[in-house]
Design a protein. Structure first.
Length: 251
């Protein structure tokens, strides 16, 4: 708990925390503007708002946002002394690594909560019909849950080689996620999990278009499958990278 507490303190009054809040606000405002600018003959309903936001959120933010977030976390640590606390306070390297991942997960959850309320506000302004409260919060929570595995992957890349590798991994994940999300091999690509599950929950194709009723991509059985796979991979990669970090610091 002390490790997590010290990690939380590092986020106070930092650009990283501001970024966590501003990103979801940007996507909500973008969706609101997009709906407003649509032709008058198009019905401005909640499906338009949610599909627009969650498609961009899972396709763009998860790969690039996580990559940037991981780099900022690592850069912040390097400025603070490049993990010297390991040598001065005899802190366990594994505890520090797991603590960083835990706090990053907490902040991405906050980001998804902000996203949910931002969607509600933008939808109330632009959309017609009943407000799908449960639908919105379910999509936000699931997108967060299946993106957890990206945290140790991106933190490893940022810690190992900095911004270039972190963003390169994010870009490769971005391409791989789009290409694989609608196919049968999406289960093997962590960046495709959020995109694929939004097909079922929100009814939006990876290319951003609304899915027809009866589409195979609307199959809800992928949700528990995606969650179980993502959490399992998250735990496995966290353990592997934690031991890598321990060996790196010992050297």
């Amino acid at each position: 708990m002390n490790t997590i507490g010290s990690e939380l303190l590092k986020y106070k009054r930092t650009f990283t925390r501001k970024l966590i809040v501003s990103f979801p606000l940007f996507f909500a405002v973008q969706a609101m503007a997009g709906v407003k600018l649509m032709p008058k003959d198009i019905v401005r309903n909640w499906d338009l708002v949610t599909s627009m936001v969650f498609n961009i959120w899972t396709v763009v933010f998860l790969p690039f946002g996580m990559a940037l977030f991981a780099f900022l976390v690592d850069a912040q640590e390097r400025k603070a002394g490049n993990y010297r606390s390991l040598r001065t306070h005899q802190t366990s390297a594994i505890n520090i690594w797991v603590g960083k991942i835990t706090v990053m997960a907490f902040h991405t959850l906050l980001s998804c909560i902000v996203l949910s309320f931002s969607i509600l506000i933008s939808g109330i302004i632009t959309a017609k019909g009943a407000i799908p409260y449960i639908h919105i919060f379910e999509a936000a929570f699931v997108s967060w849950l299946v993106s957890l595995a990206l945290i140790p992957i991106q933190l490893f890349a940022a810690t190992y080689k900095g911004l270039f590798l972190s963003m390169a991994v994010g870009f490769i994940g971005f391409i791989a996620g789009i290409v694989s999300a609608a196919g049968s091999y999406w289960v093997f690509i962590p960046w495709a999990w959020g995109i694929r599950l939004m097909c079922a929950i929100i009814g939006v194709h990876p290319n951003g278009t609304l899915l027809e009723q009866g589409s195979n991509l609307r199959d809800m059985s992928v949700i528990p499958t995606g969650i179980v796979i993502s959490l399992s991979v998250f735990i496995i990669i966290t353990i592997i990278t934690a031991f890598w970090f321990k060996r790196r610091e010992v050297k």
